[in-house]
Design a binder for this molecule. Structure first.
Ligand SMILES: [Zn+2]
Length: 223
């Protein structure tokens, strides 16, 4: 049985740009061994960059290789973090090189202003950090920053790969009791529970190698 082909866009974006990039490539949750990849799809690239406010001149074919390298780097780092393993030093260095590509300018401005209006006496002030330029390096660095924030400030126990062994979807568990196990409970959660139930049924003949069920579709963030 083949799973349905996924559409070019997820139903929902993650809370972290790095996870959206990492999840642009995923394994079929039904266990067919198929790998889906949205990175080569112009529609996905345009929607991803627009969603995260990364307005760059081009997200064309020439950008796919850069994004694929960044995706592989971030996946290694985030998986190591989630598993409680030491982060590969070479990967941390590669991430730091990306972060260093975009200088930041600091500006003191009236709070709430766009930076254009002069401050009046009594205005509250804020210190803003703005990128020195908004080019391709900046866009890559912004995605890298979202991963760096997770690695520096996130809780490793909340960063997970879906508990369905066939599914490679990563998520950061924002729930209060940190109990989320699935990319989508109604998809991978239901699938795994149905398979467990069938494998326990006498005479089911499945012996832990269950068939995919037609009731299981890709989760919200997936096709
Ligand atoms: Zn899943």
């Amino acid at each position: 049985m083949r799973s349905r082909s996924p559409g070019p866009l997820p139903h929902a974006w993650a809370c972290h740009a790095c996870l959206d990039l990492v999840n642009s490539r995923w394994t079929d949750h039904l266990g067919s061994g198929r790998v889906h990849d949205r990175l080569p799809l112009p529609e996905w690239r345009e929607a991803f960059f627009a969603h995260w406010g990364l307005e760059v001149r081009s997200v064309g074919e020439d950008r796919v290789a850069d994004l694929a390298r960044l995706r592989a780097l971030l996946r290694r780092l985030l998986e190591a973090f989630a598993a409680g393993r030491p982060l590969p030093a070479a990967d941390v260095e590669a991430l730091n090189r990306l972060l260093a590509r975009t200088p930041v300018i600091r500006r003191l401005e009236p709070a709430g202003s766009t930076g254009a209006a002069p401050a009046s006496p009594g205005d509250r002030l804020r210190l803003r950090e703005v990128p020195a330029r908004r080019d391709w390096d900046w866009a890559l660095a912004e995605i890298a920053v979202s991963a760096a924030r997770l690695l520096a400030e996130g809780e490793p126990d909340r960063l997970r790969v879906c508990a369905n062994p066939a599914c490679s979807w990563m998520f950061y568990d924002e729930s209060r009791n940190a109990s989320r196990r699935w990319c989508e409970a109604t998809v991978c959660g239901s699938l795994v529970k149905v398979r467990r139930f069938r494998s326990r049924r006498p005479g089911s003949g499945e012996h832990g190698a269950p068939r995919p069920t037609s009731a299981c579709r890709r989760p919200g963030p997936a096709p």
